[in-house]
Design a protein around this ligand. Structure first.
Ligand SMILES: Cc1ncc(COP(=O)(O)O)c(C=O)c1O
Length: 306
């Protein structure tokens, strides 16, 4: 069966965030709750996949092949979408076979997994990497890591519309800026392309992991290379590194706001926002939309107390 035309358009609620560090600083934040759009296809993933799925459908492909780690939110959403909408999915995984809550779900959703080892996965940007996979799966459409590229970014434009449509519900006439976690920078690039307001990306990965060149490449491809945005250091020692201060912040935030977070992206991004508010980088009187990019499924891979 070929990839069908899918017209599912999930809608994320916009909710005010009430925490004392915002009240004290006179900054207002509303959270776009992409974590609530669906129990399985959650967060920014569906939006980044949208145009890739369209391209696969237009090409008459039978499914999609992509790559990620053993806790990948992207592969999780892709596999869940494949199961729900009826198309084949193949995942190329970093490292050696291991059972995580995520990989068990991938298998339950019917995704076919190949483990590439660590060196094999590092080779993913080399020319010729995809050749054997295209030979093995000529009927599948390739999606870059994290659902990236211009196609991924363009799929994020509805986030802007959804926020604008709900401003009245949070008592705002307008807003000043976006704040969100950046892993590949694709979602950030999508917002930069779709909205002239300021966009801040809190880096979930170290500075040398290519987010800035990746965002620049997407903006360039869209003919908008000079559009401004800011990347904020937020990874706290490395991707997936967590520390007691972060975990305590996450626990306290969840308790006071009722908004669930996970430590790798959303908690780090919110903590970076707190620091920006407290240092005056985000000034009194500003209204900021914080994008909850989901990822709560990945939290199962962490031991207590997370
Ligand atoms: C939960 C979560 N938030 C944010 C991101 C970052 O999104 P992007 O890769 O578009 O920067 C990712 C994936 O990379 C993610 O899984």
């Amino acid at each position: 069966m070929n990839v069908p035309l899918i017209d599912w358009q999930p809608y994320a609620p916009l909710q005010r965030l009430h925490v004392d560090w915002l009240t004290n600083a006179g900054v207002e934040v509303a959270v776009l709750r992409l974590d609530l759009i669906d129990p399985l296809i959650s967060g920014n993933k569906w939006f980044k996949l949208h145009h890739h799925l369209r391209a696969a459908q237009a090409a008459g492909a039978q499914g999609l092949i992509s790559l990620g780690g053993a806790h990948s939110n992207h592969l999780h959403a892709l596999a869940a979408a494949g199961k729900r909408f009826g198309f084949t999915t193949v995942g190329l995984l970093r490292g050696h076979p291991q059972a995580t809550p995520t990989t068990r779900d991938l298998q339950d959703f019917g995704m076919h997994l190949h483990w590439l080892g660590f060196a094999g996965y590092r080779a993913r940007h080399e020319p010729g990497f995809w050749q054997p996979w295209h030979a093995m799966y000529p009927q599948l459409h390739t999606v870059p890591e994290g659902g990236g590229g211009l196609a991924g970014a363009l799929g994020c434009a509805p986030l802007v519309t959804q926020v604008r449509e709900q401003l009245g519900a949070v008592g705002w006439a307008d807003y000043d800026a976006w704040w969100l976690a950046a892993g590949t920078g694709t979602t950030l690039a999508g917002l930069v392309l779709a909205d002239p307001r300021e966009v801040y990306g809190a880096l979930a990965v170290p500075q040398d992991h290519g987010v800035a060149p990746n965002v620049q490449a997407i903006l360039q491809q869209a003919g908008q290379a000079s559009r401004p945005y800011q990347l904020i250091e937020a990874c706290r020692g490395g991707f997936a590194k967590v520390d007691d201060q972060l975990l305590e912040f996450m626990r306290a935030s969840e308790q006071s706001s009722g908004v669930p977070l996970e430590p790798l992206y959303t908690a780090k991004a919110l903590l970076a926002l707190k620091e920006a508010v407290q240092t005056g980088h985000i000034a009194r009187g500003r209204r900021v939309v914080f994008v909850h990019t989901g990822g709560l499924q990945g939290r199962r891979g962490f031991a207590s107390p997370v």
